[in-house]
Design a protein around this ligand. Structure first.
Ligand code: NDP
Length: 370
């Protein structure tokens, strides 16, 4: 069963990812659509909010089976989307391979090339740095938040990252570049802990090339250990936690464990990974808490930059896209932080992001009489 929820187009065409996962249902796609609307507003780019997906499980399927599913999905979706109407992107279970198959089917049906999807391959209109954008942007946001709220940086910090997909991999890469040591990563079965620091090339080979399990990391490192159960990863002592797997992966108990172990910052790469009571616990305990709609907005922001490049028929360099991404993330942090301060608690970036995102959408709706 497939879904597309077109949530709000007050500030631009509907925009949001497509998710293939057995847990997908209308309720999940709706809350993700609302999150996306406020997040897209925060980026300051002209994008409305949407989300889509299917309960199709891509695990264990051949390339051909994936292609046929993507083509069928697009055969139904194409009439609702368009470069100026609704521009989907990837999400859980939908990466460059799936976007390519869907894009091909859209063109087959429409007989025209337009930037109707983002996250495309580089040879057919994709943007450099889109693949890296969510993880990199998360670290840029976290760096700003650490500076403002704790007068510190990633340098010398121990980091735990859940997930080992697109967001997790590039968060790991940037956090390491910024001087931190990432000691644990996971998938939906369990997590690996490597006290010497995760070997990211091994994770990339397992996940991006072999499409294997995180447990296979043990074949690449003699110092690593594997523990069953993905949420157990929050028992690993760390300074910075970057949840990058899925929604509701940090509950109040996990939040209490993280705080008891001295965590300084929890910034969200995944969408709504902390339950509401976990988020409130972080804020009460003056942990730097970066809510998803602000902290992971780098992905959709760079999708917005991909739309700009497609419209102008130009391709920017990696450095140009990355510099824009960084500027956008710094700006998102500032707007979020200023709203949190104005609301009376500089640690409450959750309320700050909601206010900053909502006001712009609400004002645009009022102005248009919607
Ligand atoms: P991927 O499919 O590339 O990776 C998802 C990772 O999370 C995998 O390691 C997967 O493990 C794990 N995971 C998925 N579902 C569960 C679950 N129920 N329990 C535990 N682990 C799980 O997805 P992305 O990296 O693209 O997305 C990760 C998160 O980031 C999602 O919340 C997504 O909405 C959000 N996000 C993504 C953006 C992007 O640009 N890609 C932009 C903004 C937000 P396994 O392989 O075992 O399923």
């Amino acid at each position: 069963r497939g879904y597309r929820v077109q949530y709000n187009s007050a500030i631009g065409p509907y925009k949001g990812g497509i998710r293939f996962h057995p847990s997908v249902n209308a309720s999940i796609i709706k809350f993700l659509g609302l999150e996306q609307t406020l997040k897209n507003s925060l980026t300051s780019l002209p994008m409305g909010g949407a989300k889509g997906g299917s309960d199709f499980d891509p695990k264990g399927k051949s390339d051909n089976e994936i292609m046929h599913f993507c083509q069928s999905f697009m055969t139904e979706l194409y009439r609702y989307i368009g470069a100026d109407t609704d521009v989907p992107a990837g999400d859980i279970g939908v990466g460059a391979r799936e976007i390519g198959f869907m894009f091909g089917q859209y063109k087959r049906i429409q007989n025209e090339w337009n930037g109707v999807l983002t996250g495309k391959g580089l040879s057919y209109g994709g943007s450099l740095a889109r693949k890296e954008a969510t993880g990199y942007g998360l670290c840029y946001f976290t760096q700003e938040a650490l500076k403002a709220l704790k007068d510190t940086t990633f340098e010398g910090k121990t980091v735990v990252i859940s997930g080992s997909g697109n967001v997790a991999i590039y968060a790991c890469q940037k956090a390491t570049e910024l001087g931190a040591k990432v000691v644990a990563m996971s998938d939906s079965n369990g997590y690996v802990y490597d006290p010497n620091g995760i070997n990211l090339n091994a994770v990339k080979e397992i996940k991006e090339v072999k499409r294997g399990r995180i447990k296979d990391y043990l074949n690449y490192s003699s110092t690593a250990t594997y523990t069953e159960g993905s949420t157990n990863i929050w028992n690993v002592k760390c300074d910075i936690a970057l949840p990058c797997a899925t929604q509701n992966e940090i509950d109040l108990n996990s939040a209490k464990t993280l705080v008891a172990n001295g965590v300084t910052a929890v910034c969200e790469g995944a969408n709504m990974p902390s339950t509401l009571d976990a988020a409130k616990y972080f804020i009460e305990n003056k942990v730097v808490y970066g809510p998803a709609k602000a902290a992971n907005a780098g992905g959709v922001a760079t999708s917005g930059l991909e739309m700009t490049q497609n419209s102008t028929r130009l391709s920017w360099s990696f450095e140009e896209v990355d510099a824009n991404l960084k500027k956008i993330m710094v700006n998102i942090f500032k707007n979020t932080y200023n709203c949190a301060v104005a609301n009376g608690n500089e640690f409450d970036l959750l309320t700050g992001a909601n206010i900053a995102g909502f006001e712009k959408v609400a004002n645009a709706m009022l102005a248009q009489g919607i």
